[in-house]
Design a protein around this ligand. Structure first.
Ligand SMILES: [Zn+2]
Length: 89
């Protein structure tokens, strides 16, 4: 199974590489969504760092609060990368 880059119209795919984390007794897969290298590299470094930190925190704490925070940062990464891809900013 392959997954596609989250950015609309991006044709890049990669092999699904599960990145499992247990949050509140539920197993989540951080590997089921992906932003390709090209789109990831256009994001502001501060936002990329925020994502890495938030994800690490979920893995360490495994609680709902950090999961929600990391999902929020991830959504901002996707929105921002899409915006840049479409020349809106
Ligand atoms: Zn892409």
């Amino acid at each position: 199974m392959r997954i596609s880059c989250c950015i609309p119209h991006c044709k890049r795919t990669r092999r699904h590489d599960p990145d499992l984390v247990v949050v509140d007794g539920r197993v989540l897969d951080f590997g089921d969504e992906w932003i390709c290298q090209k789109h990831w590299s256009v994001l502001p470094p501060a936002l990329r760092r925020e994502h890495v930190t938030a994800k690490r925190k979920v893995k360490r704490l495994g609680d709902m609060e950090s999961e929600i925070a990391s999902a929020t940062v991830w959504r901002r990464c996707k929105d921002k990368a899409s915006e840049i891809a479409f020349g809106l900013s």
